[in-house]
Write a protein that binds this ligand. Sequence first.
Ligand SMILES: [Zn+2]
Length: 216
Amino acid sequence: MAATTQCAICQKKKSRRDCPGIRNSICAPCCGAEREVTVDCPLDCVYLREARRHEWERMPPPQELPFPEIEVSDGFLAEHEHLIGQIGFRLLRHALDNPKTTDHDIQAAMGKLIRTFETLSSGIYYESLPEEGSQIGVFREVKKFLDEYQEQEKKRGALALPKEEDVIRSLVFLSRLAAVHSNRRARGRAFVDFLRHTFPETSAPKEESRLIFPGR
Ligand SMILES: [Zn+2]
């Protein structure tokens, strides 16, 4: 009988909470230590939700934002909000459809996409693919979206199609958002959660949906 009340992770302490990630009971310290590190936590877990609130308070800002050499002005953001929002929405949908996708996967894939578009803007297309499967999934999804977006804009008769440098800046902005919102746990999905709040599920982003840039 005693075994059933023991934490399924450390096998030492008394279990205090039902963990939907491992579908077993665990103790509070293991929940705190293993959450989004070794455990894939469902985004709706009450303990994860509670932890998120404190994460915000404790999280020191990242030491350096990704691609510091690339300038993203407020004017650029205002002008390209629609494109940025659409990419963010696709990232979210992909992450929800593929729950193993972590913030780290998204950040790694975005980095490779930025490098890919940099080569494109210098006249050659060289795909710098990420190495891991879930990162490749993100990479392909966003790349596919960007190709479709160009086609859509062309059909719509848009006067100016997004240039490579616009795509690069949009991706850099999203990478910075991810860096700021990530909780830096190995399987962390705090940025995915942020996107979920930015784009309430199933509804496409509207023109006026605003992404707030947290401190620069
Ligand atoms: Zn434990």
